[in-house]
Design a protein around this ligand. Structure first.
Ligand SMILES: Cc1ncc(COP(=O)(O)O)c(C=O)c1O
Length: 456
């Protein structure tokens, strides 16, 4: 083994830990990049090097890193009870209080909360709820779910099918039948020459309607979407997109499931991405920032018409036969409740709104950089797209390894970003200050300059 990182912890990791989303053979040789400490928006490597975590790790560490306050809450909950389940009407005060708090900040008409432990579980449960709903409504043939190309909704068996990325299907024999995909709303690359955002949105809504008609509206259960597509490159919807999509779904009485795993809790400048874009979801999947990512917990927030039908199903079957050992875990619930209290204290939505102009100016300034094609975002989430030629949008020759160079350069300058194809995402912890936001863009700018110089 020729580990680049040779610390004892790294050597054991390379030898034994199977890492998600990692080349397993290369990992044996390269070993992991380990982070040992965090403070505010910064994380520190094994060698003590400081990095701004420009993407809040996996778009999730909304309150940054290393929290004594949340540590105390977890300690108290572990000391008091540690665990109890919520099956068969049992539970703990924390899970109920958290559910009530979530309901109080959910969009109107969404009052019921089903707690889970991850974004994947929330989406997987939402698939079952969609099917349960249509069974309850007497239309069990409504099974098909429409997602979007390049969407990411998790990597469970069913959620991998929702995920519209062929590389998440290959080798697994997925997707199952009944998962359909419409074109993602990626105006920068997929619009026809001269097509406005509104025209592009109209075309995509027409594509959705054509698919529904081809499959038979009576077979379609739900449409699934992230308000802003995060891990497919931070794709913000073009003007009018969700209004036009929602109109099509309303016409055929199709459920809308909003995957707010990244967009929830102020990320887009409103509490929910659905509110930023005027979406009227039947179900919301929330995770990540629900607990500021310090402990695993997620939720499906359920709209009225779905819950009414779920109750009717209890009349029929006697019990809602779904749940996990860790659903509504008291320690995770207590921590998440405290996180929501912190969001209230810091006025997380107001804070993101206040920072948004500075964040978007950072992207606007980068538009002139020779390596940057697309650049922009919403709230505190955005991305740049790296191109070889701004006018043709041509990408660099892969042999130049431009993205790997940019990754190395940003890290050299003390910034961690998210690379997605030829896009670089930023989504910093929402505790970031105005000065730190400017510093994050300064570091990104230095990295872009370095790579421009290297490429000659
Ligand atoms: C939009 C979205 N949905 C679902 C998931 C899956 O969440 P988890 O990794 O917690 O299972 C993710 C993870 O990044 C996500 O970004």
């Amino acid at each position: 083994m020729s580990l680049i990182n040779r610390s004892p912890a790294a050597a054991l990791d390379a030898a034994h830990q199977v890492h998600p989303h990692t080349n397993l053979r290369e990992h044996l040789d390269l070993g992991p990049t380990l982070f040992v400490r965090g403070e505010g928006i910064y994380v520190f490597g094994e060698d003590g090097k400081e990095y701004i975590e420009g993407v809040a790790a996996l778009w999730c560490a909304s309150l940054g890193f290393g929290s004594e306050r949340l540590g105390e809450v977890a300690k108290k909950a572990i000391t008091e009870i540690g665990y109890y389940h919520n099956f068969r009407g049992s539970g703990t005060p924390a899970a109920g209080l958290l559910s009530a708090k979530l309901a109080s900040i959910a969009p109107d008409g969404m009052d019921k909360v089903l707690l889970q432990s991850s974004g994947t579980e929330a989406n997987d449960t939402a698939i079952k709820l969609v099917w349960y709903y249509w069974h309850g409504r007497g239309e069990p043939q409504r099974r098909k779910i429409i997602s979007r190309t390049q969407a990411y909704h998790g990597t469970g068996t069913l959620t991998s099918c929702l995920t519209g990325k062929p590389n998440f299907h290959q080798g697994f024999g997925l997707p199952f039948d009944g998962f359909l995909y419409v074109t993602q709303p990626y105006h920068y690359r997929l619009a026809e020459p001269g097509e406005s955002e509104e025209e592009f949105s109209t075309r995509l809504a027409e594509e959705l309607e054509a698919l529904i008609l081809k499959e038979g509206p009576e077979t379609i259960a739900a449409f699934w979407a992230e308000p802003v597509m995060g891990s497919s490159g931070v794709i913000t919807p073009p003007a009018g997109y969700f209004q036009k999509v929602q109109a099509v779904l309303d016409k055929y009485d199709i459920l809308f499931v909003a995957d707010e795993v990244i967009c929830g809790f102020g990320r887009t400048g409103e509490m929910w991405g659905s509110q930023t874009y005027g979406i009227r979801p039947d179900l919301i999947c929330a995770a990540k920032a629900l607990s500021a990512a310090v402990i695993p917990i997620s939720a499906v927030i359920i709209g009225e018409r779905v819950f009414e039908t779920m109750m009717a199903q209890s009349d029929h079957f006697g019990s809602f036969t779904h749940g996990y050992t860790y659903s509504g875990h008291p320690v995770a619930s207590a921590v998440a409740l405290e996180v929501l209290t912190i969001y209230e204290e810091m006025d997380i939505v107001g804070r993101v709104k206040g920072l948004e102009p500075i964040f978007l100016k950072g992207f606007a300034d980068l538009k002139d950089h020779p390596l940057v094609g697309d650049s922009g975002g919403v709230g505190l989430i955005g991305a740049i797209e790296i191109v070889a030629d701004k006018s043709t949008k041509a990408m660099h020759d892969p042999s130049l390894k431009v993205m790997a160079r940019l990754d190395a350069a940003t890290r050299k300058h003390g910034l961690i970003t998210r690379l997605m194809g030829n896009r670089i995402g930023l989504s910093p912890p929402q505790i970031i200050t105005a000065d730190e936001t400017r510093e994050m863009f300064a570091r990104l700018g230095r990295a872009l300059d370095d790579v421009t110089a290297e490429l000659g």
